[in-house]
Design a protein around this ligand. Structure first.
Ligand SMILES: Nc1nc2c(ncn2[C@@H]2O[C@H](COP(=O)(O)OP(=O)(O)O)[C@@H](O)[C@H]2O)c(=O)[nH]1
Ligand SMILES: [Mg+2]
Length: 392
């Protein structure tokens, strides 16, 4: 790429010079009006400067640009100056035309500047630079802009003025506010002494319902020494029921694969002396009303102590919220977020619980049964949401 500046008395002459030297594929990168030289005053013949570039690789762009800016590059058709016109008049005309083009260009630049600023100002006006920095970090971690704004807005009311630009203090406030937002943690809680605590796992296909049940069943059996039984309603796919049956055999706990409500009632009855009964369901498409209706009838029979919606963090925030809304008639008590190992940003978790206002029971972090599951730690999650990796 070859770049060169040309100064001339007016636009037309500068362009003419540039075109003669750089060829017709050159594009204008920048234009500016030169300040009149203080000493030479009006004697200085140069009023405008254009910066021009030519690059063979940019031929397509160049052509487009030239088409858009025909008035810049193609003054010929307009140059029908009557020969008898006095020379001064012609000079005036071209000068005012150049002036107009220049002003137009300046206005265009200003407009795009304003547009950019309006967005920023609208979002984070009146906030200290340090707070704005944390706003950017949160947004880069997928935290919804409005939520990020309300988090950094609370910095002002939580910090004395002299700490407002102290990164450590500002970060602490962010951590604290984030922790408050994600403080509603509620793992499965069976009442000691009470038997037959029924937990339904619902959610879309493939999010990790069955795997999560296997993890929980194994941990409760081996670590908490609880008696656990499994029921699966997922009979749409043979492999799905087999998957859970295999886990049950490895753990050494009973499992029933049920096909209708009578079988289901019998199974629940048979396991009523277990501490926990997990009910695995088929992945429902919330748009399939028949499937949803069937699930609802099982819920009516099972009368679960807890219904948990399983959501994968590989799903976009708005989709997660929509999925929740579609399952909401099933009276969701809490949620589990899966596949944290498959994403770098966890804003979706915050965005979702902020919107749906339900406690989080567990987070899962991989495919390994039974290890890759944990009760959320708000401080850890908060610090993950302030990770700078995502920030370019
Ligand atoms: N990377 C990752 N994969 C997971 C996690 N949980 C489940 N999976 C995988 O997701 C896929 C679907 O899981 P499954 O339990 O069958 O989902 P279901 O259809 O909701 O029952 C399987 O390949 C699981 O191994 C997790 O936390 N991280
Ligand atoms: Mg399953």
């Amino acid at each position: 790429m070859k770049i060169k500046k040309y100064v001339a008395k007016d636009f037309k002459s500068a362009i003419k010079q540039a075109q003669d030297e750089m060829g017709s594929d050159a594009i204008i990168l920048h234009t500016r009006q030169l300040k009149k030289n203080r000493f030479l005053g009006f004697l200085s013949p140069y009023h405008v400067e254009i910066t021009v570039a030519v690059d063979q690789n940019l031929k397509v762009n160049t052509d487009l640009k030239r088409e858009k800016n025909t008035t810049y590059w193609n003054p010929e058709p307009k140059e029908t100056i009557a020969p008898q016109k006095p020379e001064m008049e012609d000079m005036d005309h071209s000068a005012s035309e150049d002036q107009l083009l220049l002003e137009l260009q300046q206005m265009k630049d200003m407009m795009s500047d304003i547009k950019l600023k309006m967005h920023e100002v609208g979002a984070i006006k009146g906030i200290s630079d340090t707070a704005q920095h944390f706003y950017q970090i949160l947004v880069s971690n997928n935290v919804n802009q409005d939520i990020a704004l309300s988090i950094v807005s609370s910095i002002e009311s939580n910090l004395p003025a002299q700490k407002m630009d102290d990164e450590t203090w500002v970060r602490d406030v962010c951590i604290n506010v984030l922790q408050e937002y994600i403080s509603d943690i509620s793992p499965i809680a069976s009442t000691p002494g009470k038997k037959g605590h029924i937990v339904f796992m619902v959610g879309p296909t493939g999010v990790g319902k069955t795997t999560t049940i296997a993890k929980l069943a194994a941990n409760m059996t081996f670590l908490e020494r609880k008696t656990v039984a499994l029921i699966t309603l997922d009979t749409y796919r043979v492999s799905a029921a087999e998957q859970l049956r295999t886990f049950a055999e490895i753990i050494g706990i009973p499992i029933s694969v049920v096909f209708n409500s009578t079988d289901f009632k019998d199974a629940v009855h048979a396991y009523q002396d277990s501490d926990i009964i997990f009910v695995d369901t088929a992945g429902r498409s919330p748009r399939n009303l028949q499937q949803m209706e069937e699930l609802r009838s099982y819920l009516n029979i099972g009368r679960p102590d807890e219904t948990i919606l399983v959501l994968s963090v590989t799903t976009h925030s708005q989709d997660l919220i929509n999925i929740y809304r579609q399952f909401a008639p099933m009276k969701i008590d809490k949620v589990i977020f899966t596949k944290l190992d498959e994403t770098y940003s966890y804003g979706q978790i915050l965005n979702t619980i902020y919107e749906i206002n339900k406690p989080v029971a567990y987070l899962t972090t991989g495919q390994n049964v039974p290890d890759d599951i944990e009760v959320p730690d708000p401080l850890h999650l908060a610090s993950l949401l302030l990770r700078k990796d995502g920030l370019a």
